[in-house]
Design a protein around this ligand. Structure first.
Ligand code: FAD
Length: 321
């Protein structure tokens, strides 16, 4: 038996999530007293995974897999899991991960637990802690199938360094042409800005900013911090900002290390999208704003005074580094 994780990459480069997946798998493998196998598809820098403790890396290189294809990716991971006799298989809970999970679950005849936020509480019965109710609660789930499939929620365990010298093997799964009946022909994507999904820091503005003409100060603060910009629902509904920036229950979830909410009241539907961020900082001129109850740090003040001051201080600080 072994533990197997899928380390996803973007254009060959691993994101932090991939290293978190390896960290996750390693700790489970240690607890289960077995080895950790990592599967990478068309990745250019597999050596960087060694910092997080894999015992073996299976590299799959195939031009047909250059863009995500759920059927084919699931076939790759399932065949790797079968080859390595993996009894615990883990993928991330990204959009691609959620697309992969049901296909993989069927292929492996595995029970699937999504949104896992910690290492298994117990291996027998196999029990994992998961986010529930839009991250407002937790649920402990037992999986009784022979193979367990876990979807790890981003930023749940962070990175755990553990150097290893993994065995490296190139692996060529059998991929049926029919798996490629649906293929992406081209991708248009925003360049030059950090997306909410990838950002470690997110600077978000609400209706308290009064209008789109005031977003310059949000963008300036985001620029200094290397952050992505985001907003509340009414802001995108009014067309002040694009819908791609709308955070919350009906928008995008944010799993950043730092979420700065400026002029956002903290309605429950907004909080549902930011609960998974590690540190929440709130700037609001109303000391009774509900967001302060969910915040780690709060500044009661007028955003139009606080934000330019904060940006200047951060610029000064950065110039001393
Ligand atoms: C089914 C449903 C789904 C929803 N989904 C979402 C969702 O996904 N995401 C979401 O965000 N909302 C969602 N909403 C809307 C949500 O209920 C709130 O209406 C919304 O989040 C409020 O946005 P806001 O905080 O920007 O605006 P407001 O509620 O108007 O709050 C503005 C805040 O700015 C502060 N402020 C004003 N001036 C200043 C200043 N000069 N300096 C500092 N602070 C200032 C105010 O004190 C206030 O707290 C949903 C609602 C429903 C019913």
């Amino acid at each position: 038996m072994s533990v197997l994780v899928f380390a996803d990459n973007s254009e060959g480069k691993f994101k932090k999530t991939a290293y978190e997946m390896v960290s996750f798998g390693k700790q489970i493998a240690k607890k289960a007293e077995t080895s950790l196998v990592v599967v990478a598809i068309n990745a250019s820098e597999v050596d960087s995974l060694s910092a997080y403790g894999p015992d073996k890396i299976l590299s799959i290189d195939d031009d047909r897999l250059s863009t995500f294809n759920a059927q084919a990716y699931a076939a790759c991971i399932a065949q790797a899991a079968e080859k390595e006799s993996a009894t615990i298989v883990a993928i991330d809970s990204s959009n691609d991960g959620l697309y992969l999970a049901p296909i993989l679950s069927v292929k492996l005849n595995a029970g699937f637990a999504s949104n896992v936020v910690d290492f298994p509480v117990s291996l027998d019965p196999f029990t994992v802690k998961r986010k529930a109710f839009s991250s407002k609660g937790f649920n402990f789930t037992e999986i009784h199938t022979a193979i367990k499939l876990l979807g790890l929620a981003k930023n749940s365990i962070g990175l755990i360094e553990e150097n290893s010298s993994p065995e490296k093997e190139s692996f060529s799964p059998t991929l049926d042409d029919q798996m490629f009946n649906v293929t992406s022909k081209s991708i248009d994507k925003t360049t030059g800005t950090v997306t909410i999904a990838d950002a470690d820091v997110v600077v978000s503005g609400g209706r308290g900013l009064k209008g789109p003409e005031n977003w310059g100060m949000i963008e300036e603060l985001a620029d200094v911090l290397g952050a992505a910009t985001a907003c509340s629902k009414p802001v995108s509904d009014m067309g002040w900002r694009p819908h791609s920036e709308h955070v919350g229950q009906t928008g995008k979830p944010v799993t950043s290390n730092l979420y700065i909410a400026i002029g956002i009241s903290g309605a429950i539907q907004h909080l549902a999208g930011v609960n998974s961020s590690k540190v929440k900082v709130v700037v609001n001129n109303d000391p009774e704003a509900p967001f302060f109850k969910a915040a780690d740090y709060g500044i009661v003040g007028d955003a139009f005074e606080v934000i330019p001051e904060l940006t200047n201080k951060l610029k000064e600080f950065k110039s001393t580094l």
